[in-house]
Design a protein around this ligand. Structure first.
Ligand SMILES: Cc1cc2nc3c(=O)[nH]c(=O)nc-3n(C[C@H](O)[C@H](O)[C@H](O)COP(=O)(O)OP(=O)(O)OC[C@H]3O[C@@H](n4cnc5c(N)ncnc54)[C@H](O)[C@@H]3O)c2cc1C
Length: 304
């Protein structure tokens, strides 16, 4: 996936939606020890070997605290990543939906029981009645397998559940902050320096996607993040949430045609569904509309 970086960002620019991606400046990864940091640096070196882009610099304690005063006392060193972007997830998704409607698309809220071929097209059986189409793209996240197994997709998608909540730090950090050792990622949702919302997320829990939120997981994220940030009232957190990353066994997405004409799949992106979403959309659209399968899709064949 590392080699897709340039194509990914270009696809975001092509979306032309109201809520833009924001430059992550700075985007910091922060660590307790240099030994912890070496793990991430090694990961970046591996990505570079595979053709990925890893533009970063190492920061000592003074430099990382100078760049981000909200970092806690336990942080002793960091990594600054260049050329990254981030989003406000809620506003981004709303903006995507609005763009679909502005361009003539209709959004139907319904649950889908099955996708079947019908004549030369496809019928989607929904809780509000059948919908017929020339082509269908099934993008059902962690619930994908059941809908596409009848179309020859044997790869299983399971939920890798992540948790998040919102806090309001005394001073809003300037950019996203990642604590790789703690597996916690934080995203500012408001203006730098303000008391706006700061989204804290982490955890990889393998349970069925509809299982209830487990408060112990939230507590574990709080315990991990507390010493790494200052000026946060952790007890005043809001918006506790659990959601499912759609994970495949080989870690690669499932994108492309199934054995049923007109039924396509876009899913299984695991931890990278936001970053890879626009590129996935463009590649699937090319396949559906022009019958052209981009060589980039070769590794993501849903029938593998
Ligand atoms: C805490 C957390 C942090 C993350 N951070 C990042 C990040 O920093 N960068 C990144 O790139 N990715 C990130 N991800 C991963 C990203 O959110 C997912 O990869 C992405 O949402 C997957 O998109 P999707 O459309 O395949 O599935 P989803 O977003 O799960 O959407 C699938 C939709 O289909 C609906 N659906 C399912 N079955 C049916 C049915 N039968 N009928 C009707 N509707 C149905 C579901 O309700 C859902 O709305 C994160 C995930 C989590 C949980």
């Amino acid at each position: 996936l590392g080699g897709l970086f340039d194509a990914e960002l270009a696809a975001f620019d092509e979306l032309g939606i109201e809520e833009p991606t924001k430059p992550a400046d700075p985007f910091l990864a922060a660590f307790r020890t240099e030994k912890d940091r070496a793990v991430l640096v090694e990961e970046f070196e591996n990505v570079a070997t595979l053709g990925g882009v890893t533009d970063f610099e190492l920061l000592d304690g003074g430099a990382v605290h100078g760049l981000e005063p909200a970092l806690g006392e336990d942080v002793s060193c960091g990594v600054r990543l260049h050329g990254q972007r981030f989003i406000d997830p809620g506003r981004y998704v709303t903006s995507l939906a609005e763009a679909v409607q502005e361009r003539g698309g209709e959004i139907v809220l319904a649950s889908v029981a099955a996708v079947d071929s019908q004549g030369s097209g496809v019928v989607v059986r929904t809780s509000t009645g059948p919908v017929t189409a020339d082509a269908v793209v099934v993008a059902a996240g962690a619930w994908l397998s059941e809908l596409v197994r009848p179309h020859g997709v044997r790869a299983f998608v399971q939920a890798g559940r992540g948790y998040s909540f919102t806090v309001r730090p005394e001073s809003q950090p300037r950019g996203p902050i990642y604590f790789p050792t703690q597996r916690v990622a934080c995203t500012p949702l408001g203006q730098a320096g303000s008391e706006d919302a700061f989204r804290v997320a982490g955890m990889m829990e393998f349970r069925r996607p509809d299982a209830p939120l487990d408060p112990r997981r939230i507590a574990a994220i709080v315990d991990a993040a507390r010493p790494m940030l200052r000026g946060v009232d952790w007890e005043a957190r809001t918006d506790e949430w659990v959601g499912s990353r759609p994970c495949t066994a080989d870690g690669l997405p499932l994108v492309g045609a199934t054995r049923t004409p007109g039924v396509h799949v876009a899913g299984g992106h695991g931890m990278w569904g936001i970053a890879l979403g626009p590129l996935t959309g463009r590649l699937v659209a090319d396949q559906v509309m022009q019958g052209r399968t981009d060589p980039l899709l070769r590794s993501f064949d849903p029938l593998r």
